[in-house]
Design a protein around this ligand. Structure first.
Ligand SMILES: Cc1cc2nc3c(=O)[nH]c(=O)nc-3n(C[C@H](O)[C@H](O)[C@H](O)COP(=O)(O)O)c2cc1C
Length: 177
């Protein structure tokens, strides 16, 4: 059972998640959509991964869905979104605004494993913008400052990714093509 993992990431957490899922699932091709393309036709299942910025999924993932929609609708599809919110309604909006409704309506698995802000890899401007954003999210929830803008902030959950991989693998065993 061969799975395509096609993802787009800016600072690495969606990429890390793709690598982690590939390690669990085994027979996979992992494609960074910022660098390349892959036709999903030759795969038994497809996982789409994207990070979220300003409420939007990555453009490359949207373009991939448009380009291969007909083929994608014939496969078991899983989606994971790396982001920092845990609000269900907000996550639902990311999904519904970012992906064609035909895909959202027939998902085999979906997961938001958390996210990461790697301050140590950012330049000055990115660090400041991210620090303001993160402390702003925290303040809007009535919580205090959560980052000093220097230490990496990571909420990625391996357990959530493992559960997602199990759902994908289980579906493929039940529905061999
Ligand atoms: C400028 C900026 C905007 C962001 N906007 C959102 C957002 O709208 N909602 C959210 O839940 N997380 C948001 N995040 C958090 C990212 O989704 C999170 O850091 C994610 O893990 C990044 O993935 P990547 O490392 O693959 O790019 C934002 C982060 C930054 C730096």
């Amino acid at each position: 059972m061969k799975t395509l993992i096609a993802y787009s990431s800016t600072h690495g957490s969606a990429a890390e998640s793709a690598g982690f899922l590939a390690g669990i699932l085994g027979d996979t091709d992992v494609v960074d959509l910022k660098k390349g393309d892959a036709n999903p036709a030759g795969f038994d299942a497809v996982i789409l991964g994207s990070s979220v910025y300003g409420g939007q999924i990555q453009k490359e993932v949207k373009d991939f869905c448009k380009k291969y929609l007909g083929i994608l609708l014939q496969k078991p599809i899983g989606i994971y979104l790396t982001c920092l919110t845990e609000e269900r309604d907000e996550v639902r909006r990311f999904l519904e605004n970012g992906f064609p409704s035909e895909i959202v309506g027939r998902l085999t698995a979906f997961c938001t494993p958390g996210g990461a802000i790697y301050f140590t890899k950012m330049n000055f401007l990115e660090r400041n913008a991210s620090k303001i954003l993160l402390n702003g999210i925290s303040k809007s929830k009535g919580a205090g400052k959560i980052t000093d803008g220097k230490t990496d902030y990571v909420t990625l959950s391996k357990e959530k990714l493992e559960a997602f991989a199990r759902r994908m693998a289980g579906n493929q065993e039940r529905n061999p093509s």
